[in-house]
Ligand binder design. Sequence first.
Ligand SMILES: NC(=O)C1=CN([C@@H]2O[C@H](COP(=O)(O)OP(=O)(O)OC[C@H]3O[C@@H](n4cnc5c(N)ncnc54)[C@H](O)[C@@H]3O)[C@@H](O)[C@H]2O)C=CC1
Ligand SMILES: O=C(O)[C@@H]1CCC=N1
Length: 270
Amino acid sequence: MGTIAVLGAGKIGEALLSGLLSGGRSAEDLLFTERHPERAAELESRYGITNVTIEEAAARADLLVIAVKPQDIDPVLAELAPLLRPSSLVVSLCAGLPTSLFERRLPPNTPVVRVMPNTPMLVGEAMSAVSPGSHATREHVQTVTELLSCVGKVVEVPESQQDAVTALSGSGPAYFFYLVEAMIDAGILLGLPRAVAERLIVQSAVGAAKMLDEGAGHPVLLREAVTSPGGTTINAIRELENHGVRAALLAAIEAARDRSVELGRAQQQD
Ligand SMILES: NC(=O)C1=CN([C@@H]2O[C@H](COP(=O)(O)OP(=O)(O)OC[C@H]3O[C@@H](n4cnc5c(N)ncnc54)[C@H](O)[C@@H]3O)[C@@H](O)[C@H]2O)C=CC1
Ligand SMILES: O=C(O)[C@@H]1CCC=N1
């Protein structure tokens, strides 16, 4: 696959670089650009990877991963367009931005693959969804899939589903963290020491995730197995239903999808 450059080394850019290193990729094959010098220095010393200018990234990298915020895409593409080599593959991690936007602003026939990853990439457990743009071949998709397989699971979806994917698995870890945080608060309310509450909830989350991952059963059946007739769990479930938690999740994820669509539209005003 050659050299990979990450343009914009923030939270997800760092997660990718760190995940690739843990997955066995050599630091010499990885480059990054970063507009904040202190951040660049921090990453260079933490991972031993090289901070470069966008010119160097374009000249040296075979695969360029764009990991800036959607709102910051304009200057990156303006700078990159005249420098990009015809053989380079461009991968966008930007929420909401369609491949057509990149194709319009980069040289003709530039292969672009849109990816929606998530931060568990840091621990090799990302969920990434890939969609090829109109000039990306099966080989390009395969290259990106192999790259992301080093840091987690990968699925291919039609690009029309990427806004939904962004709302579901792109943002998904945040919903689980929010739930864990709220459950730890409940432990505090019940008088448990914080460290004990944290341990109880984190291990419950790990155990539940492992059961789901290992195919121990459908989530409904797994929940039913915990919910004893006349027991404790059903009292909690009744409160969750009374407070509309299921409806809140549907509305929340729909709102995230709508924001992804909006981010794409906002950057298409050219
Ligand atoms: N944080 C997450 O969980 C996920 C984020 N994404 C996408 O990844 C992208 C980055 O998100 P985050 O990492 O959360 O944002 P972030 O703000 O942490 O990182 C963006 C980085 O890009 C740098 N940057 C901006 N313009 C630059 C330029 N012209 N040249 C060099 N560096 C530049 C910023 O200084 C910053 O460090 C976004 O498009 C987001 O939609 C996708 C999936 C998950
Ligand atoms: O919140 C965001 O916009 C990014 C995209 C998916 C997860 N984080």
